[in-house]
Design a protein around this ligand. Sequence first.
Ligand code: TRP
Ligand code: ZN
Length: 868
Amino acid sequence: MQPKAKFRKDYRAPDFTITEIYLDIQLDADRTFVTSVLNVERKTEGATHLKLDGHSFDFLSLKLNGQEHVEFERDEESLTVNVAEQADKFQLQIETALNPAQNTSLQGLYQSGDGICTQCEAEGFRQITYMLDRPDVLAKYRTKITASKEKYPFLLSNGNRIAQGKLADGRHWVEWEDPFFKPSYLFALVAGDFDLLQDKFVTKSGREVALEIYVDKGNLDRAGWAMESLKRAMKWDEDRFGLEYDLDIYMIVAVDFFNMGAMENKGLNVFNSKFVLAKPETATDEDYINIESVIAHEYFHNWTGNRITCRDWFQLSLKEGLTVFRDQEFTSDLWSRPAKRIEDVRLLRTVQFAEDASPMAHPIRPEKVIEMNNFYTVTVYEKGAEVIRMIHTLLGEEKFQKGMQLYVAENDGTAATCEDFVSAMERASGVDLAQFRRWYSQSGTPILTVTDEYDEARQVYRLHVSQHTPATADQVEKLSLHIPLKVALIDPTSGQNLPLRSEAAEMSDVLNVTESQQTFEFFGVKTQPVPALLCNFSAPVKLDFSYSKSQLISLLKFAKNDFVRWDAIQLLFNGELKENLTRLQQGGMMQFSHEFGSAIEMLLDNVEDPQLTALMVTMPKETDFAELFDTIDPVGIAKVREFLIESIAAYFEDRLYKLYNANKCGTYRVCEQDIAKRALRNVCLSYLAFTDLGEKLVKTHYDQANNMTDTLAALSAATKAELECRDELLADFEAQWYQDGLVMDKWFALQATRPDEDVLNVVQGLLNHRSFNFNNPNRVRAVVGAFASQNPKAFHNIDGSGYRFLVDMLIKLNDSNPQVASRLIEPLIKLSRYDGQRQTLMRRGLERLKGLDNLARDLFEKIDKSLQ
Ligand code: TRP
Ligand code: ZN
């Protein structure tokens, strides 16, 4: 049976709703019994049949109002009950049995290590029992869990613990009640033996909230940062958004087996342990910041996601785009705002722009879905956040917050739509967002082409702006969008910003681009300026303006906006890469332009903000460069990139070494200043590894490291530069950490991205490594994912070996964990971006998968699209 698509336009409110659920769960890893009592209400007069979702369990019995009921039908994925004779309110009781230990999909109820937990978003609840498993059905939950007290001393669910007791047979039970109405995807249950970190938070209205973080036994010393992060998030949401927590308890559980980052279940978040556990010896600076931001993200969902949820899954960006925007702002307020912006834009440009150019292109509010899990994408999340950010730019903070208040006031306790959000923003601010709404329905990356013109006699400067969105796989016709274009005009002699004035008055620095072609005129412009365009990346578009190298250097020197400065050096990097790739392809000698050299020199000689300098002199990744081309040459890019690294290392060895020495930290502290110093020092090391100093410096760096950031920097430098000490260091690391999966993931990913010709053999060997486990998504991503997405040279080997390897892995994952399989297949479905020979090989791989007789919906959707 071919999977069927669902369309946004087909949304219909449900005929029945469920107002209350009582779950009685007799928990055991091998056989769990679930009794569910549903209070059902008819919403549509005359509705005769109630169709409930459910699959992947044993169905045991059904009762209606306490009586055995036989008028029902079942198929692969549903139970339809004839309720024609029933009053408008009735009760169903359903018994099911399931096997958490065998559930490798990590959706529904499953075993993780020695514990048991749930993952219900998007449609996992239906793997536990029959349910109206859709986000617009909001019910009150009461959950009683019974299990062995020895194996599962902690039994957790949403809301408040209302009763507990012991049974004579060694089992115990706990009953939970969640006072808030919620959709089934926010249900959670956790059972296991944990170490528990406890704290409390007093909200601004004076309520005390118990905070609890549950981690595997022995990991208590790694839970502190997560707790501090949670408290910072709770405080920030009160200060910046005026939003306060609403239950008396907030629990976080870290589990090792998890398909994604974390899950915002009401009052009981479940986290991938990667986003909870941290201590200096095991976590890098990046890990610390990521943990804080994911903890915050899930916490922020309590309002933007849980109190106000989504009417249907097409509206996913309503909660995800908005919550990503909120977590980005949180990180920006607490740490370096420009550094955060740069990281976010880099992700958007490499991954989201690539998604727009792929067979899976979709608007932030998709129109058509086969498998919902496939739409937890960078488009819905990060581009969704960019759309919210544009609203913020158009309205300003004050009106945006007024809009938030109206949105919350109007939609609290309901399942809402993206339109409800935009409408609240519009009415609260008085800003017309009519054309802006197209960002929700139109996919693709707009291209803004800008040319300029200076009329010296009249002192008028003009920017001619045209917009064009190329057709995408899902949508051919494109309309003009409302694009906020933030600009500054820089006098390249004085370095000052020129005032922006129209003929009559002062002008805003945000231009409203709404037409396909438009001209903006600036008056009283005394010298020909260099335009800083798309300041702060004010819209998720590609900018096409032919900057000369000397103009880019002016931006680098003078722009007030740090993002613009970073972007200027990116353009210079891109120029070097492109020019040399052409030389390489034409059999010429590669070389390094004078302007580029002087730009790097200037950056290394004037370090004001080490964090920014680090970001600016970091060599862009292969995947960053790939997005410059319609047809990607993975081997050429790798060669030129290595040439650029070696050239920078050779030319600037002295300066790099000086900065390396000047940025040493003492005792490890996670603070902005030290993070910045380590970042700069370690970037210097990454270049110096390619000089004669490399061998000694890297080895010493490794030996003297007192934290994982520095250890990993040394290990990475040794690996990328193929130093002699590499194998010794890798072996040393392995011996120290082999029992620790999370730490080993760093080692696995490094191995999988080795520059060596025979890296695929190494990768195949890793599958048998003592720390590897094919059922753990983090391990699989570290080995298979890193190889396929971060080692393009090897993955796209012209002999097809990389593709064959990935397909072999996907065939196994199709059975064990389709959700993970569907993420890992991404590099393979982007076949149209490669030359004919590679396309043929990639197609062959996709066809091999398509032929599987039990192909999961997740993979089917992507393969089907990419073979069209
Ligand atoms: N809603 C979760 C988040 O914050 C992500 C999520 C969606 C998820 N589906 C999931 C997590 C499945 C784990 C498994 O962003
Ligand atoms: Zn989220």
